[in-house]
Design a binder for this molecule. Structure first.
Ligand code: P6P
Length: 337
C-alpha cells in the first residue's frame, strides 16, 4: 500500500523496484502516457478559448464524424510516445492502420492501443470525456509490428487505464495488482494518489444503458431492464436508478467509485449494420474490462468474458456488459438460460 499523496511518478518508480528484471522501459512508457494526458487535460480545460471544439470536417475509420479534439489528442498521444524508445507501434481509434514509428525513432518492447478522446462529442457540450489506453508486449525483433501483432486477448494486457477529464482530472490505472486512482494537481503538474486498491460493490441499484435503443434489444436485455424498472414491487424487490453520460470513461469511473452496471449490448439495429456491438474491443472494452476485473467486478459480452476474446481485427466491435459482479452475472445468465 502507498501513502495517499504519493505522486504517480514516485508510484511508478516504486513499482519498478518490485520487478528485479525491470529495465525502466515500462516506467518510461507510463510516464509518457501521463505526460500525454496532462497535455490533453490542459486542452480540454481551455475548450473554446483555444478553438478546439467542433467538428474536424472528416470521418474516422469507423465512419464517425471526427471532432477537432479527436485528431488533436491523437497527435498529442503519438508525439508523447514515439520519441523515447518504449514502444514499437501504436493503434488508435482515430487511425485505420497500425501506426509504425518513423524509421529514425527508437523502438521499445511495448505496444499501446488507445482511444485518445472517448466520448469526444461531449466536448462541445462540456460533459466529461476521457482517454483510454491498453499496454501489451510487442513481438521481439520486429521493427514494424503489423495488425496481426495486436491480435492479443485482453488477458495478455500488461496494464490498462484511463484519464478522465471531468470536474477534476483523474488517471486510473492497473498493472495487474489492483486499481489505483490519481488526481491531477494542476498547481504542481503532478498526478497525486487519492484512492488505492479500488473495490467495486458486488451489488448495485444503478444501471447505465442507452434506452433509446430499447425497441432493438434482445430478450435477455429487455427482461433485465424491465425487472429493474418494476422496482421494489417487481421480481428484483428493490428500486433502481439510471444513468447515461454517453462517455464510457465517465460511466466506468462512476462504477469503480460506487458500483453499477454499464451495458452497450448487441441489438437488432447494430446487427442490421453488420456490427457485433458499438464499442471497440482493443482500445475500449479490453482495457476497461481489465480495470473492472482488477477491482472485483465482471465484464462480459453478455455471453463470454471479454478478456478471453481472441481479437480478429484492429477495430473489432463487441457487446459490453460490465460492472458490479452479481448484476453482470445475472444478465449474463439471462443470455445463456
Ligand atoms: P451512444 C462514445 O462515443 C462511446 O464510444 C462511449 O464512450 C459511450 O459509452 C457510447 O459510445 C455512447 O453511445 O449510442 O449513447 O452515443
Amino acid at each position: 500500500m502507498y501513502q495517499i499523496g504519493t505522486t504517480l511518478t514516485q508510484y511508478i518508480i516504486f513499482e519498478q523496484r518490485n520487478h528485479t528484471d525491470a529495465t525502466g522501459e515500462f516506467t518510461g512508457l507510463l510516464n509518457d502516457i501521463s505526460t500525454a494526458c496532462k497535455k490533453i487535460a490542459a486542452l480540454t480545460s481551455k475548450g473554446a478559448l483555444v478553438g478546439v471544439l467542433g467538428a474536424a470536417g472528416s470521418e474516422n475509420v469507423q465512419g464517425e464524424e471526427q471532432k477537432k479534439m479527436d485528431i488533436i489528442t491523437n497527435d498529442v498521444f503519438i508525439e508523447a510516445l514515439e520519441n523515447n524508445g518504449h514502444v514499437a507501434a501504436l493503434a488508435s481509434e482515430e487511425m485505420e492502420a497500425v501506426y509504425n514509428l518513423p524509421a529514425d525513432k527508437p523502438r521499445g518492447p511495448y505496444m499501446v492501443t488507445f482511444d485518445p478522446l472517448d466520448g469526444s462529442s461531449n466536448m462541445d457540450v462540456n460533459v466529461s470525456v476521457g482517454t483510454i489506453f491498453s499496454i501489451i508486449k510487442a513481438p521481439k525483433g520486429t521493427e514494424n509490428p503489423t495488425a496481426d501483432d495486436f491480435m492479443q486477448p485482453g488477458t495478455t494486457q500488461i496494464a490498462a487505464g484511463y484519464c478522465l477529464y471531468g470536474p477534476s482530472t483523474m488517471m486510473v490505472i492497473t498493472t495487474g495488482k489492483g486499481v489505483n486512482m490519481f488526481t491531477l494537481d494542476r498547481d504542481c503538474g503532478e498526478f497525486i494518489l487519492t484512492r488505492q486498491d479500488v473495490q467495486i460493490p458486488e451489488d448495485t441499484e444503478e444501471f447505465a444503458i442507452n434506452t433509446s435503443n430499447q425497441r432493438y434489444w434482445d430478450a435477455p436485455v429487455q427482461r433485465y431492464i424491465s425487472e429493474c424498472l418494476q422496482g421494489a414491487e417487481g421480481p428484483r424487490g428493490k428500486n433502481f436508478n439510471m444513468r447515461w453520460v454517453a462517455s464510457m470513461v465517465a460511466e466506468v469511473h462512476r462504477i469503480l467509485m460506487r458500483g453499477g452496471i454499464f451495458m452497450y449490448p448487441t441489438d437488432a439495429k447494430l446487427r442490421a449494420s453488420g456490427k457485433e456491438g458499438k464499442l471497440r474491443l482493443l482500445y475500449e472494452a479490453s482495457p476497461m474490462s481489465m480495470l473492472i476485473e482488477q477491482a472485483g467486478g465482471a465484464s462480459t459480452t453478455g455471453r463470454e468474458r471479454i478478456m478471453d476474446i481472441q481479437p480478429s481485427e484492429l477495430h473489432q466491435r463487441v457487446p459490453v456488459v460490465l460492472g458490479s459482479k452479481n448484476e453482470v452475472e445475472r444478465l449474463t445468465a439471462y443470455h445463456t438460460e
